[in-house]
Design a protein around this ligand. Structure first.
Ligand SMILES: *[C@@H]1O[C@H](CO)[C@@H](O)[C@H](O)[C@H]1NC(C)=O
Ligand SMILES: *[C@@H]1O[C@H](CO)[C@@H](O)[C@H](O)[C@H]1NC(C)=O
Ligand SMILES: *[C@@H]1O[C@H](CO)[C@@H](O)[C@H](O)[C@H]1NC(C)=O
Length: 363
């Protein structure tokens, strides 16, 4: 479903090209001054109620966003994989979900610090990250977000979360975790495409459990919806940090054109932009906490987004697949860590809870 047919895509590209040309004519430079003066703020309001960026937390959560790329599901489940070390020690996996058909991977587990339920989504596994990025340029705002007449999102991102087995399994795991471990808060994380899915998941859980229970942190995520969606999102998921890195290209896509009103993509707040500041000969790592608009012109928008390398590393942690090829995964034969392995609708589910729980209705 993430793959459109080529003719549809060509049509979409042609249509989008017109918009892009118009957009380029009107706003060809990322100049902070120009952008700041014109509608960059739209009608976003500061609704994060004092929620602030915690660097220590970011350094921990990025490791979960990295670990979810592990294709050896046994070592991921037992939390013995090379990326399952360090600050994430003591993490207990509850479920790993691999949607083979749509090439998605996510997990849910419980962490000792921050003591919470952690939900992590993997980014795209398609053979070429560059192809995926190129495609991002042409994504249309083609779905109205349910219950929000003006809020538009991209169908592919939306349905990757809402219209796959992933959502049902995540809700089930969260319910089991809160029943078993107590009413823990929930941290949702994801990188790249996984950041887009994480956003929808955090929104879903906020509506279900209350926005004080859910925190979202994404790394190098693309834009997912229009200004109305971004405003709605900020109200519902105020505890959101959207980390961007230097010249990472993905946060620049699909493009934002402030002149297109509700017909443009628009990020939600709050961005934290990791970049280097050079003063004289000294290079300093800088983390800029951006404004509440979602499209702060002094953050990543102040530079051209053209780096794939910057996309694949955050806080010095690698965020990409550990093996070549698409959607590969390996399950070892010798282990007892998971109580059940199930295949439902071309989705592999490894779970700590017993088979009986699998059939429990989740909503
Ligand atoms: C930041 O997060 C770390 C890790 O969860 C936590 O130990 C620390 O108390 C937090 N700091 C603040 C100021 O909330
Ligand atoms: C959901 O997925 C099914 C099958 O995968 C498809 O037929 C249906 O059109 C999808 N619905 C939406 C809203 O994307
Ligand atoms: C960090 O970057 C911001 C711009 O995003 C700049 O205003 C600030 O001076 C920089 N801080 C340092 C210590 O270089």
């Amino acid at each position: 479903m993430l793959r459109e047919t080529s003719s549809r895509r060509r049509m979409a590209k042609a249509a989008a090209a017109v918009l892009v040309v118009a957009g380029l004519l009107l706003s060809s430079s990322p100049s902070p001054a120009a952008a700041a003066g014109r509608g960059g703020e739209l009608r976003m309001k500061h609704s994060d109620g004092g929620y602030s960026y915690n660097r220590t937390l970011a350094h921990i959560l990025v490791q979960y966003a990295s670990a979810v790329y592990t294709s050896d599901l046994t070592s991921l489940f037992t939390w013995t994989c090379p990326r399952c070390q360090g600050d994430t020690k003591g993490f207990e996996m509850i479920v790993i979900i691999v949607d083979v058909e749509n090439c998605l991977q996510a997990f849910v587990g419980v962490a000792p610090d921050p003591q919470s339920i952690i939900i992590a989504f993997r980014g795209t596994q398609e053979h070429s990250v560059s192809n995926w990025i190129e495609d991002l340029f042409w994504k249309q705002l083609d779905v109205t977000y349910p219950g929000m007449p003006d809020a538009m999102v991209h169908h592919g991102f939306y349905s990757a979360y809402y219209n796959t087995t992933v959502r049902r399994e995540i809700l089930k795991a969260v319910r089991w975790a809160r029943k078993t471990y107590g009413r823990l808060p929930i941290n949702v994380v994801g990188h790249s495409m996984g950041g887009a899915l994480a956003s929808f998941c955090a929104l879903d859980l906020s509506v279900k459990y209350g926005s004080q229970e859910v925190q979202l942190m994404t790394f190098g995520q693309p834009r997912v919806g229009n200004p109305a969606f971004a405003a709605y999102f900020s109200d519902q998921v105020p505890r959101t940090i959207r980390v961007t890195h230097q010249n990472d290209i993905v946060p620049h896509l699909p493009p934002y054109f402030c002149y297109l009103g509700e017909w443009t993509y628009h990020h939600f707040a709050r961005e934290v932009w990791l970049h280097e500041t050079i003063v004289g000969n000294v290079v300093t790592k800088n983390e800029t906490i951006c404004d509440g608009s979602g499209e702060d012109p002094t953050c990543s928008r102040s530079v051209y987004g053209r780096s794939v390398a910057d996309h694949l590393e955050y806080y010095g942690v690698s965020l990409h697949a550990d093996s070549r090829g698409t959607c590969q995964f390996v399950i070892g034969s010798t282990n007892t860590a998971y109580s059940s392995i199930l295949e439902v609708d071309r989705t592999i589910i490894l779970a700590r809870y017993p088979q009986e729980w699998q059939s429990v209705e989740s909503i």
